[in-house]
Design a protein around this ligand. Structure first.
Ligand code: F6P
Length: 521
């Protein structure tokens, strides 16, 4: 078996979808409900504790069928099998893509079990207080030093599961900006703080610089031999970690088949396991595994990640939507969107197909958003009355964490009313001013989950991972490399040497030379 490579625009389904868009361009969502009394049931999926309603989109029977044909013509089934069986589907880096293996409790790889056991025993020592700092005190604070996939996933999950957290304070430092590092150290006691340096490559400028600065800060208080009690590293680059001076017993390994933005399931999630305890961390992984099985084994028509991916392809490639919004109705998920931005946009922001040809159709969606109801008082104006089509995912939970019934009822009322307002607008109502008209007909998916927990969060994250992979397969791109981040890194090295030497090289373009000169003036 090999990873398929099909130009989607040359499939029969693509032509059918193009024609369907022309024929249905004026379809109004409300009419779809009038035509089909059963629409809410027909265009929704119930799976475990997830209810996913996509009836408030423009998908009808013919569009759905053509989208499913597209999935089969691009050989999605074969692509999923290729990923799950460890084929080197990340061809440009010649790597397998096996983040699903990190949470596959049905058939765990021995090396994964070993690291999970290491995470368990380490976090139990830290949480119980058995792990002592250099003056014999227990740990109170944990600082994760990392960026991109080595920061966004753990930070998002630790925030999302705040209500499950123990006594440890967990913070994250990522930006190369000195102010960020200094602010992050504010109030920390070196005697009771543990630093986890997370870098898959252990070559990332931001992380290494921040780790060095923090190491120096630490050594203002104590001596080298105490580094072992306070510095831990997670990486694939064991020699570089040792060179940094980390005790070999404090190294957690990961593998090249774990992509950075899919790595919270590996030892990169150590800060999560510190914050919520190993058992709950495992629940997160188990939830993701359940979604993996759903994705790998469910017919596409009932497959939540596949259906959401197909709907997104419809709006992105046929309707011409420029972006999509994600609106979680809980403050716990306040960091979900930045996390998804890396996962989705670093994966699918590609303009060359799997045959190396330049692409002439739209690929990666622009993802943005923030939590409701706050977002209602910020950018919802544009979603309701602006000129752009912005399909939006509304994510909500039936039960809150703190049993605040009145608040939860109000939150859910808004959650549901907004998708209703986006669909119905003021159509059919007397409105006394053109400025107060809502055209409606604006598409949304609703993802309603029983309650936010490690398990349901694991499922939700895995849902978006599989959705983005499905879209990458359809667009015939390599979702698992990220060459687009390299050029800036190289040029930053050149500009840094100019800034440090005070000599502006004439090889730069005029604007860059002028900026460098202004900087030194
Ligand atoms: O931004 C590019 C990137 O390579 C991401 O893919 C990755 O998550 C991040 O940098 C951090 O990389 P590392 O874990 O190797 O420090």
């Amino acid at each position: 078996m090999s990873f398929p490579s099909v130009n989607p625009t040359q499939t029969k389904a693509w032509a059918a979808l193009t024609a369907l868009f022309e024929n249905t361009a004026n379809t109004n969502l409300q009419d779809l409900f009038k035509e089909d009394a059963n629409r809410a049931a027909a265009y929704s999926l119930q799976w475990q504790d997830f209810y996913v309603d996509f009836s408030k989109t423009h998908i009808n029977a013919a569009i759905k069928e053509a989208l499913l044909d597209l999935a089969s013509e691009v050989k999605l089934k074969e692509a999923i099998a290729a990923q799950f069986t460890g084929e080197h589907i990340n061809q440009t880096e010649d790597r397998a893509v096996l983040h699903t293996a990190l949470r596959n409790f049905s058939a765990m790889k021995p090396e994964v079990s070993e690291v999970l056991a290491q995470i368990k025993s380490f976090t139990e020592q830290v949480i119980s207080g058995a792990w002592k700092g250099y003056t014999g005190k227990s740990i109170t604070d944990v600082v994760n030093i990392g960026i991109g996939g080595s920061d966004l996933g753990p930070d998002m999950v630790v925030e999302a599961l705040r209500n499950q957290r123990n006594h440890l304070n967990v913070r994250f430092v990522s930006n190369v900006e000195g102010d960020h590092v200094i602010e992050s150290l504010n109030g920390l006691d070196p005697e009771t703080t543990l630093f986890i340096i997370v870098s898959k490559s252990f070559t990332t400028q931001e992380t290494l610089m921040n780790a060095q600065t923090i190491r120096k800060w630490f050594l203002q208080y104590t001596s080298e031999e105490n580094i072992a009690k306070h510095f831990i590293a997670v990486s694939t680059n064991i020699p570089a970690v040792k060179d940094f001076g980390i005790d070999p017993n404090n190294i957690f390994t990961m593998w090249d088949w774990v992509g950075g933005r899919f790595s919270l399931w590996s030892a990169v999630g150590l800060s999560i396991a510190c914050a919520i305890g190993y058992e709950q961390y495992e629940d997160l992984l188990r939830g993701a595994h359940e979604m993996d099985q759903h994705f790998a084994n469910t017919p596409f028509e009932q497959n939540i990640p596949v259906m959401l991916a197909l709907i997104s392809v419809w709006y992105n490639n046929f309707v011409g939507a420029e972006s999509e919004a994600v609106i979680p109705y809980t403050q716990y998920l306040t960091k979900l969107v930045p996390y998804l931005q890396q996962a989705i946009m670093e994966s699918n922001g590609k303009g060359v197909d799997r045959n190396g040809e330049v692409i002439d159709y739209q690929t990666g969606t622009i993802v943005w958003g923030s939590t409701g109801t706050n977002a209602q008082h910020a950018f919802f104006q544009l979603i309701h009355q602006g000129t752009k089509v912005i399909p939006a995912d509304f994510i909500g939970f039936k039960k809150d964490q703190h049993n605040q019934k009145a608040h939860q009822d109000a939150l859910m009322a808004n959650f549901i009313a907004q998708t209703q307002a986006l669909m119905t607008g003021t159509v059919g109502q007397q409105v006394d001013s053109p400025f107060k008209v809502f055209t409606g007909n604006r598409p949304t998916n609703t993802i309603l989950i029983d309650q936010l927990s490690p398990n349901s969060l694991g499922k939700l994250i895995a849902l978006y991972e599989h959705k983005l992979f499905t879209q990458g397969v359809i667009w015939n791109i390599f979702s698992y490399d990220q060459w687009g981040v390299q050029l800036g890194k190289v040029l930053a090295k050149n500009t840094l040497s100019d800034i440090e030497s005070g000599h502006v090289s004439e090889t730069h373009d005029g604007s860059t030379q002028a900026l460098l000169q202004h900087l030194s003036n």
